[in-house]
Ligand binder design. Structure first.
Ligand code: LMR
Length: 333
């Protein structure tokens, strides 16, 4: 009997490494399309650091920046299929998920400043939009900020007529498609990773984006004129596959929620400064000319693009527009 016990104990010792091996870390693949040195890039790395720390290494987060695993459209498919577990796409790219209501956030001059944007996303608007995702098997964890869009071309864009005939790259939103059409340009959807080359070779003439993206993707090197118009806002939703997320051990999920909350506060606290610094670096490069709209020029853009609001109703539905109107105290017509 004793001999048998000893043999069992020995077997248990031999088996120990196997049981340790069986507890391999849970891997979260987080794919995104921008550089590490941007608000989203830094946010992803912060989440990795905190998630691994709070779970004592039980979770390992693999961050794939710059479309290194998947490009825009593919990453959404990959999330649905479970080839990646976490993404942070711009909300302008949510129509393929069956949630085009997110495009309401792309309305021109919707948010008057960073604070108004942040308040809206923390309140009923942000929550309502995340509910739309639930039905699609996707869970929204957080909104990450990346400030306001500028717009560029190889000619100065100061009045709406300057856009006439311009081929402008957009990221996916039909709302952006609409406001660029209203000023006479021809919008074209392209994956983010293809924009630099498309600008360089003349496949498109112009684009819109935030300063941090212009800098890190070097768009400013192939665009002679940038208008610091801040005509629309760029924000991300951090999303996970619900089946994966709900299948995690509850204590792990709690720690990941904590890591995400802190990474979100961090990202949103650096976004403005990151973009200000990026704009200063673009200016210092001397490779492009920055333009700022006068009040009259801005009003002319706003008037030309205003019909987007009425048009949006058919695209995103009245409900989200009413919610936003109430929250921001703005007129949606
Ligand atoms: C774009 O495609 O222009 C942006 O959505 C890229 C990003 O993620 O900031």
């Amino acid at each position: 009997m004793r001999k048998w016990l000893l043999a069992a104990a020995a077997a248990a010792v031999i088996a120990a490494p196997a049981s340790v091996m069986a507890q391999a870390p849970i891997i979260i693949k987080l794919n995104h399309v921008v550089a590490n040195d941007t608000p989203k890039g830094k946010g992803a790395l912060k989440f990795k650091e905190l998630a691994e720390k709070y779970t004592n290494g039980k979770v390992k987060v693999e961050v794939y920046p710059n479309s290194s695993l998947f490009k825009d459209k593919e990453e959404i498919e990959a999330l649905q299929l479970g080839s990646v577990q976490m993404l942070a796409p711009s909300t302008a790219k949510f129509a393929p998920l069956g949630a085009k209501e997110f495009e309401a956030l792309d309305l021109p001059w919707l948010f008057k400043d960073d604070e108004t944007y942040a308040k809206a996303m923390k309140g009923p608007v942000g929550k309502w939009l995340f509910q739309k995702l639930q039905a699609k098997g996707i869970t929204g964890l957080a909104y990450w900020d990346n400030g306001f869009h500028m717009v560029s071309a190889n000619r100065p864009l100061l009045m709406p007529t300057d856009f006439q005939g311009l081929k402008v790259r957009i990221s996916g939103s039909k709302i952006a498609d609409q406001y660029f059409r209203l000023v006479g340009s021809i919008p074209q959807i392209l994956a983010f990773s293809e924009v630099y080359q498309a600008l360089q070779t003349g496949v498109v003439d112009g684009c819109e984006n935030t300063a941090s993206n212009y800098l890190t993707q070097k768009f400013y090197e192939v665009q002679k004129h940038i208008t610091v118009s801040y005509h629309a806002h760029l924000q991300y939703a951090v999303i996970v596959n619900s089946k994966f997320w709900n299948g995690l051990p509850p204590d792990i999920r709690t720690q990941l929620d904590r890591a995400m909350d802190e990474a979100t506060d961090y990202t949103n606290s650096i976004a403005r400064k990151e973009n200000e610094d990026a704009l200063a670096a673009i200016k210092a490069s001397g490779k492009t000319t920055l333009h700022y709209l006068t009040d009259d020029q801005r009003k002319a853009w706003q008037t030309a693009m205003a019909p987007t609001y009425k048009w949006a109703k058919g695209r995103v539905g009245q409900e989200v527009l009413d919610l936003i109107a109430k929250e921001l105290n703005v007129n949606m017509n």
